[in-house]
Design a protein around this ligand. Structure first.
Ligand SMILES: [Zn+2]
Length: 184
């Protein structure tokens, strides 16, 4: 299966192998040029390679095992890559199975919840978006202007940026934005 990330122009190739009771998933992240080169020649000249291992449950079907692993991978990466746009399906995971996975994520990211903290983020042009409605997690653009998200705890009116090492409530965010504007 191959997919193109929704945010950055990466191409990701996903392969798997089964060893004993372990499902090993290998992901290669390609630039567009290297990706087409890979399709033609099979040469893996990727930007990054990630390996993940999952328990292969013999009581479940092969497709269920694969779907479960793919769901986990997309969930771990969707903060950065967004929900991927699949460009090509392999023989193991069909378009229908993929749609079921995507549907689960859409449930998590459709919300009617609102608060003055979220309004404040909108006012500042940071475009808050729900990430996991059940947990009250949202994401927004980082006010630093860097291309990474900040995490929002919508129920507690808190934010945090692991990259910039900043966190706090509305006042801390206000102060931080002011600091950034002074530096400009
Ligand atoms: Zn940041």
């Amino acid at each position: 299966m191959e997919y193109q990330s929704a945010i950055a122009f990466f191409y990701i190739d996903i392969r798997y192998q089964i060893k004993n009771n372990t499902l090993i998933i290998t992901e290669d992240l390609f630039s567009e040029k290297d990706y087409y080169h890979y399709l033609e020649t099979g040469a893996i000249n990727s930007i990054a390679q990630m390996n993940d291992a999952y328990l292969y449950d013999q009581n479940k079907s092969h497709t269920e095992n694969l779907s479960h692993a793919i769901e986990k991978i997309v969930n771990n990466r969707r903060l950065i890559y967004g929900i991927p746009l699949v460009s090509k399906f392999g023989k193991n995971l069909t378009e229908n199975e993929w749609e079921l996975i995507v549907k689960k994520f859409s449930v998590k990211t459709t919300t009617t919840f609102n608060s003055s903290f979220l309004d404040f983020l909108r006012e500042k042009g940071l475009h808050p978006k729900p990430f996991d409605e059940e947990k009250g997690q949202w994401v927004a653009n980082c006010p630093s202007g860097a291309k990474h998200p900040i995490m929002i705890s919508a129920y507690f009116d808190e934010f945090g940026c692991g990259w910039c090492k900043k966190k706090g409530g509305k006042q801390e965010l206000k102060d931080w934005i002011q600091e950034i504007n002074l530096e400009k």
